[in-house]
Write a protein that binds this ligand. Sequence first.
Ligand code: FAD
Ligand code: MLT
Ligand code: ZN
Length: 499
Amino acid sequence: MSSPASDDPLLRALGEVVGHGQVRTDPDLVAPHEVDWTGRWRGRARAVVRPADSTEVAGVLAVCAAHDAALVPQGGNTGLVGGSVPRAGEVVLSLTRLDHLGAVEVGTGTAAAGADPSGGGAVVVGAGATLAAVQRHARAAGLAYGVDLAARDTATIGGTIATDAGGLGVVRHGTTRAQVLGLEAVLADGTVLDRLHPPLAEGLGYDLRGLLVGSEGTLAVVTSARLRLVRPPSHVAVALIATDRVAAALEVQRVLAAAVGPLEASELLTRTGLELVTGAPGVRAPFTDPPPAALLVEVAGGAQVAAALTDAVAAAAAEVDGVRDAVIGAEAGDRAALWALREGHTERLAERGVAVKLDVVLPLATLAGFVEDLPGIVRAAGGADAEVVVFGHLGVGDLHCNVLGVPPAAVAGVEEAVLTAVVAAGGSPCGEHGVGVQKRGWVARVRGPAELAVLRALKGALDPAGRLNPGVLLPASLAGEQEGPSDHLVEHQEGERPA
Ligand code: FAD
Ligand code: MLT
Ligand code: ZN
């Protein structure tokens, strides 16, 4: 609903920039923007503003600066650390209308211009384009985009850049950072930074593109990006290998990477997660008994890739102690069924309630021990009846630790205990999901004083008034905010999420 008659001078001015119909205050239209995908974080928005292009985004930021109003940039609102929803009456800046898809440049440029000399390419897309739309667009030109997530139909390019999303192809292609060849972004005062990293400009000073990737909407609003595209493999095959412990899955991963690598994907599933996804109607369990740990790998090759993978899995089973069984997916339908087991985790968990989700990274040397210790750590921290579901991107050590059934009063203690154990094991408390509001206190604990001073200086230089996504990523002490509760855990909210 438009707000042409709004008494609020800010909203009237915003309406003049984007059209009054694109400044939404109707509670039914605003509500989905006020709660995150998990249902854990929610707050009130002053309005949801929906610009159509970067000029309008610049106008919105200039108006907010003039009215001293804070903003929360929002893409698909699939973030999992609470960074995409308002906390204290901010304006939600929805970028989904910036969904243009430029012409695909196929293998034309030099490496410096961004095209892959082995036959890939590049494309410029709007920040609001969904990952799935970009993937389809690349496929139509015979190419592929290296980032893929189960949230592909909703997550936007801007959101994946702002969080430096990893995903299912991360072991092969790296995180989003490795795909971003150029960026357009708007600063807090409305200044447009165009072609931040133009072709052939490597080495011309500070890497502003690198600075904005992963900045979670706290330094600038991403409006469009030039992305690297890759040549997709001609044939792929998938295997799901059941093992009796995470250490064995890690060992199988190592052996397969040496035999048939580079791996296109390498994902960990564990018993509780397998039970969850195979318990859904119509899902066929791949093994008679769900194993303690299973490794899902995808490999690329020629027409005989499935046979090569079958042989390599058999050799790994002979070499590695603890391999129980394996299923090979050669045909598209079988591959999809195996992938559905992995991708179904997040949805099935959400159906069970609001999980405490902890996305962390462990060195491969300590990862298996950490997973074994995790249920005990959770129990000792107050989650006596909690259920722990671990899965994740094993190839890069990124684990998703999900804890169901933690009493609200014990949530902070469980998070503290798990993340402390991660750091003690030499890991990082923040993985691909980013910092958000969930882990901003950990930034101050893990980064050194000199680094923290630089973070504060960067925020002060780009957003001196602290209007961009306040409460996210930077610890309160660095952002010049009062310390306060940042966790809006919604109690008794079984499975309720935005439509
Ligand atoms: P939002 O949730 O809207 O925003 C996320 C953050 O980015 C917020 O801080 C927001 O302020 C900021 N932001 C959004 N757009 C912009 C912009 N244009 N400019 C500046 N800041 C902006 N993540 C992974 O990394 N790997 C996975 O495999 C993965 N799988 C997922 C599977 C499911 C089922 C779900 C629900 C989530 C998954 N995620 C995963 C998390 C999520 O999809 C990613 O974090 C994604 O990058 C968020 O994109 P979005 O458009 O939804 O961003
Ligand atoms: C995934 O890898 O599936 C995700 O990052 C989502 C999640 O952690 O639930
Ligand atoms: Zn993930």
